[in-house]
Design a protein around this ligand. Structure first.
Ligand code: NAD
Ligand code: DAU
Length: 356
């Protein structure tokens, strides 16, 4: 048996594949377009491992995906592929519409064609798991209860609107065509291989390079942070035992204001790698113009996943963030290649045009 994982050269997808192959020997085929966010160095430790096959291509390429499905005959498809950065979606929403909406539509159609032709037993066992976000639910005030699966969708950014649209398509393909789908809506992830356009890795790298740590607006926006490996275990659990057509919220019960997150990072760095001048990294914090339409608070009620499938996060924010800072300090090659853009050259040299 094999699973097909899309977008697995990105942050969460690569953590998922590494974790999956640590837990079991079921092979993984990784379909990734290698946009700026895809980095095969994340999967370097799998070089030469026959359990991982990389295919460069888009979820929107119907021919490629149909041939790949026919070839590989996966028992499940897990869809991580997406444009994922809110700020980029504000500057240029077009790619988000193409990848997250049109791409998901094309992927669903390719998968439906494959699934329809499967023998009955395989058809019944097949799963399409769509990885989505808590941002589809919109923004909470301080007093609101956390998002549950029954909250209405109120996406506010081009990114979250495109993810919301993709969730609706997935739902419709189940309701109308019977495609055996599962959807997870997760809060903010952090951990190894996080691309440094996002708050936590950006601030770790900027701090170490003596650059400013940019806080949008007043820094009091709240996110619920989940260590990436906990997200991976939640997805494995939903894939294993989730009820068809259902959605599952995934979160860490770790609500933090952005300014507190960055101050915590600075305190850990002060301890592990003190600045030469003895000052705290926190002196590098600056307040910059706010993100347009910035959602004030996200919070996840993950009780359904706990009650029905017995999943709970293993890390607290305090343990997860320490591991994360250690990882960035211990993986200077990865950091340097990402920061210099060298990973792109390496990808082009090694993989351009190759199918594995
Ligand atoms: P990422 O930007 O790090 O990775 C996305 C990956 O998708 C990249 O490897 C990229 O090359 C690939 N990709 C983009 N377009 C593609 C296409 N057309 N075909 C194939 N591959 C393509 O994103 P991430 O942070 O790892 O997020 C993965 C998924 O999880 C996304 O769907 C995102 O919406 C969702 N999610 C992310 C978070 C988070 O905190 N990062 C939280 C909840 C949900
Ligand atoms: O909630 C899940 C979502 O979390 C995922 O669906 C997205 O793919 C993922 O990118 C993330 O979105 P956010 O916008 O919450 O993450 P980001 O790291 O970009 O920002 C976190 C918070 O920090 C947010 O309130 C904006 C703020 N921020 C961000 C950056 C990059 C700053 O204050 N300064 C910054 O430089």
């Amino acid at each position: 048996m094999t699973i097909l994982v899309t977008g697995a050269a990105g942050f969460i997808g690569s953590n998922f594949v590494l974790d999956w192959l640590e837990q079991c020997n079921e092979p993984v085929v990784n379909l990734d377009l290698l946009t700026y966010a895809g980095n095969l160095e994340n999967l370097k430790e799998l070089e030469g491992d026959p359990r991982h096959q990389f295919v460069r291509g888009s979820i929107g390429d119907r021919n490629l995906v149909a041939n790949l499905l026919a070839d590989v005959k996966p028992r499940a498809v897990i869809n991580f592929a997406a444009e994922s950065h809110v700020d980029r979606s504000i500057h240029g929403p077009g790619e988000f519409i193409q990848t997250n909406i049109v791409g998901t539509f094309n992927l669903l159609e390719s998968v439906r064609g494959y699934w329809n032709d499967l023998p009955d037993a395989e058809k019944a066992a097949f799963r399409f798991l769509h990885v989505s976000t808590d941002e589809v639910y919109g923004s909470l005030s301080k007093e609101d209860p956390p998002f549950s699966e029954t909250n209405q969708y109120e996406p506010n950014s081009p990114y979250s609107a495109s993810k919301a649209a993709s969730d609706h398509l997935v739902r419709a393909w189940h309701h109308t065509y019977g495609l055996p789908v599962l959807t997870t809506n997760c809060s903010n992830n952090y951990g190894p291989y996080h691309f440094p356009e996002k708050l936590i890795p950006l601030c770790i790298l900027n701090a170490l390079n003596g650059k400013p740590l940019p806080i949008y607006g007043d820094g009091q926006q709240i996110r619920d942070w989940l260590y990436v490996k906990d997200h991976c275990s939640a997805i494995r659990r939903v894939l294993e035992a989730g009820k068809l057509g259902e959605t599952y919220n995934v979160g860490g019960w770790n609500e933090k204001a952005n300014l507190d997150v960055v101050n915590t990072l600075c305190a850990i760095l002060d301890e592990l790698k003190p600045r030469a001048d003895g000052q705290s990294y926190a002196t590098q914090i600056i307040f910059v113009q706010d993100r347009p339409g910035h959602d004030r608070r996200y919070a996840i009620d993950a009780r359904k996943l706990e009650k029905e499938l017995g999943w709970k996060p293993q890390e607290t924010f305090e343990t997860g963030i320490k591991k994360t800072v250690h990882w960035y300090l211990d993986n200077q090659d990865w950091v340097n290649h990402v920061a210099s853009g060298e990973y792109r050259n390496w990808v082009e040299k090694q993989y351009d045009g190759q199918q594995n």
